[in-house]
Design a protein around this ligand. Structure first.
Ligand SMILES: [Zn+2]
Length: 81
C-alpha cells in the first residue's frame, strides 16, 4: 500500500498555480478511488510533493476509508492466487 507523505498542514482549496516548494507550474490533482469523488490531493509533477486540498484531519479520515479498500483488494488477491 502506498503511504502518503504530505508536506505541511496548509491546505489549498483550489489547485495551486505554482508548486509552493519548487515553483513549478506542473501541479495536478490526484483522485483516490474509494476515498473521495474528485481530486483529493494536489501533486507537483516535478518535485513529487503532495499538497492538501482539505484540512489534514479531513484528508486523513478520507484516506482511512481507502486503507480498508486496499486491504480488501489485497485479501481478494491472496484468495485467487
Ligand atoms: Zn514542486
Amino acid at each position: 500500500m502506498e503511504k502518503f507523505s504530505i508536506i505541511g498542514s496548509k491546505n489549498f482549496p483550489v489547485i495551486p498555480e505554482k508548486c509552493p516548494y519548487c515553483e513549478s507550474s506542473n501541479v495536478h490533482g490526484i483522485e483516490i478511488l474509494g476515498a473521495y469523488d474528485g481530486d483529493l490531493l494536489w501533486e507537483c509533477a516535478d518535485c513529487m510533493l503532495r499538497m492538501l486540498k482539505f484540512s489534514i484531519r479531513k484528508t486523513i479520515s478520507l484516506l482511512e476509508k481507502t486503507e480498508e479498500l486496499y486491504y480488501d483488494m489485497e485479501s481478494a488477491k491472496n484468495y485467487y492466487a
